[in-house]
Design a protein around this ligand. Structure first.
Ligand code: NAP
Length: 293
């Protein structure tokens, strides 16, 4: 069985990496904050001291990191993945990045004689834990064939969107309506609250209406204020919105709705909620941005 290296044991990576061992792969892990590797090591993974050491000892490298800066640091930094010979290895990045960054890193990987596919995901920590993500992949046909069995470990469905970079564009397409949905739900709930409606009555009615989204039911406890683990935070939503706006501008698409919700998420971050779950935007708009009656 081939050896796989996994970098980035954050909210998503920490639940995705163990699935590779369950599928029978030899797993080597690296994380910037080294304490996060302990759990994986206790499950049987080996820990690499640096991205370079990890790249030297595996056939395939999977990364799940915050953003473009993280990816550039891990691939191109000193002791980075590309600081050692990597000919014929396969790099699968599953983070949500900006399309130009994906293309830049893919070129750096190709310059070293290796292959790169982008494979960002839709779905959050709960589906990630059980290998039921929706994976959107940008890859050559040949690289897709090699990557697919590994992506199947993480996903209930793997969509081959086109060449490298297209997985990322598709991920932005999927995430844009979701970002706008939570922002618009925040305004709707704030309006209803000011109009004297109870939160649970509004959520119950929305969930039973054509304005319901598949994920709404899962998020209702968080929206109602029940303590729940953060899945996808407000800062990550803003990162994705900025990427959508960049991409829209490049393609000549006006995006007033996306710009509007960006303001709401930015205000929520400025209010101190960067690390809160993205649906906390609803509470922020209702409780902090709305003028008391
Ligand atoms: P997270 O919990 O914040 O974890 C981020 C990971 O990136 C951590 O391992 C972190 O290391 C690492 N990292 C950040 N900056 C770094 C740097 N400069 N150098 C090296 N490592 C760095 O994020 P997440 O929620 O797992 O999300 C990961 C990616 O998946 C993001 O692109 C996100 O947009 C996407 N995504 C997330 C969800 C979700 O529901 N959470 C769903 C779909 C897609 P440390 O541990 O040292 O901080």
């Amino acid at each position: 069985m081939i050896s796989i290296g996994f970098l980035g044991l954050g909210k998503m990576g920490s639940v995705m990496a163990p699935l590779l061992m369950e599928a029978g792969y030899n797993l080597i892990v690296w994380n910037r904050s080294s304490d996060k590797v302990d759990h994986l090591v206790s499950l049987g993974a080996k820990a690499a001291p640096s991205p370079a050491a990890l790249a030297s000892s595996v056939d395939v490298v999977v990364s799940m990191l915050t953003d473009d800066a993280a990816i550039c640091a891990v691939f191109e930094g000193p002791d980075g993945l590309l600081s050692v010979p990597v000919e014929e290895k396969l790099f699968i990045d599953m983070s949500t990045l900006r399309p130009p960054t994906v293309k830049h890193i893919a070129q750096q990987v190709r310059n070293k004689g290796a292959s790169f596919v982008d494979a960002p995901v839709s779905g959050t920590v709960a589906p990630a834990k059980i290998g039921k993500l929706l994976v959107m992949c940008g890859a050559s046909d040949e690289d897709f064939k090699t990557a697919e069995p590994i992506l199947n470990v993480f996903g209930r469905r793997i969509v081959h969107a086109g060449p490298v970079g297209q997985g990322t564009v598709l991920k932005l397409v999927v995430n844009l309506p979701l970002a706008v949905y939570w922002g618009s739900l925040a305004e709707a709930i704030a309006m209803g609250t000011q109009g004297g409606l109870d939160l649970d009555l509004m959520l119950d009615t929305i969930q039973d209406s054509s304005a319901a989204l598949a994920v709404l039911g899962l998020k209702i406890p968080t929206i109602m204020g029940e303590p729940s683990p953060v899945a996808f935070d407000v800062a990550s939503m803003k990162k994705d919105l900025l990427s959508m706006l960049d991409t829209g501008e490049k393609f000549g698409v006006p995006m007033p709705a996306t710009n509007g919700v960006l303001e709401t998420y930015s205000a929520t971050i400025d209010g101190g909620f960067a690390d809160a779950d993205a649906v906390e935007v609803i509470r922020y708009v209702t409780e902090k941005m709305t003028q008391p009656k």
